[in-house]
Write a protein of this length. Structure first.
Length: 255
């Protein structure tokens, strides 16, 4: 009788960044980096990221493609009060449902008095797809989710509050850990041996990142994976390789 594995399965995610301002270069996206770090803490691994303009067809196609192949999809941007904030409309279209006004979001928006035309614009942010739920936001109107798609603001500090509120509410998988070591040897000198180690350790992603500091060429070697024993074994092999090639393993780190 074979014992069942107790190792958590891999839970994957895709990130869809929505906004003409990102593609034009007027705004630099910082949300992806925060999402990658935070979701890894939740045991969810980002496997794909896309940037699309404020175009309904592009958003709907991307949402449907990504949600079919990943456990979760997280979108950022396009849920504000202006005419080009069309993310809610697009998510509803992707799921084939109507948009409805969330009483909870409407109540939050009505706490701040405003002229009728301004309040009408604000109320665009209260629309969510029928059957959707809310993502908490202590800074203002909530985001929303439907199925495996989670829709959040594009403003970094607001998005961060939303994703932080999801702690403990998502299916958890294996957490990716890392080991790293630095050596003052060029990539070309370690390439062949590095390839051999990667073949011997298929459960570990082994990457090399060259740099130049104070006129010296070097390489940072990073190992990532969910198996701590495999990571430690790979780090030991890489360190041994460095010494055999005449280098010195420096700045060894583990998380």
């Amino acid at each position: 009788m074979t014992a069942e594995s107790t190792e958590p399965s891999l839970v994957t995610a895709a990130v869809l960044i929505i906004g003409n301002e990102i593609l034009s270069g007027r705004t630099q996206d910082t949300n992806l980096a925060y999402l990658a770090k935070k979701l890894n803490e939740y045991g969810i691994q980002i496997r794909q990221a896309r940037v699309v303009p404020d175009v309904e067809r592009d958003i709907v196609e991307a949402v449907n493609a990504l949600r079919e192949h990943h456990d979760y999809v997280f979108t950022t941007g396009g849920i504000g009060p202006t005419h080009d904030d069309i993310t809610a409309d697009c998510i509803a279209a992707a799921f084939g449902v109507d948009l409805v006004v969330s009483p909870e979001i409407a109540a939050i928006l009505e706490r701040r008095p405003a002229p009728p035309e301004i309040m009408a614009a604000r109320m665009r942010m209260a629309r969510i797809p029928r059957g959707g739920g809310l993502i908490d936001n202590p800074l203002g109107p909530p985001g929303f989710f439907i199925g495996n798609v989670y829709v959040m603001a594009g403003i970094p500090r607001v998005m961060q509050q939303m994703v932080d509120s999801l702690a403990g509410k998502l299916r958890r998988g294996a957490t990716v850990r890392s080991r790293s070591v630095t050596v003052y040897l060029p990539e070309s000198q370690i390439a062949a041996r590095l390839g051999q180690i990667q073949q011997e350790q298929p459960r570990v992603d082994l990457g090399s990142y060259p740099f130049q500091r104070e006129g010296r060429y070097g390489t940072m070697l990073v190992m990532r994976g969910t198996d701590a024993c495999a990571l430690d074994a790979t780090l030991a092999e890489v360190s041994r390789m460095i010494v055999e090639l005449g280098g010195e393993p420096l700045d060894i780190q583990a998380d």
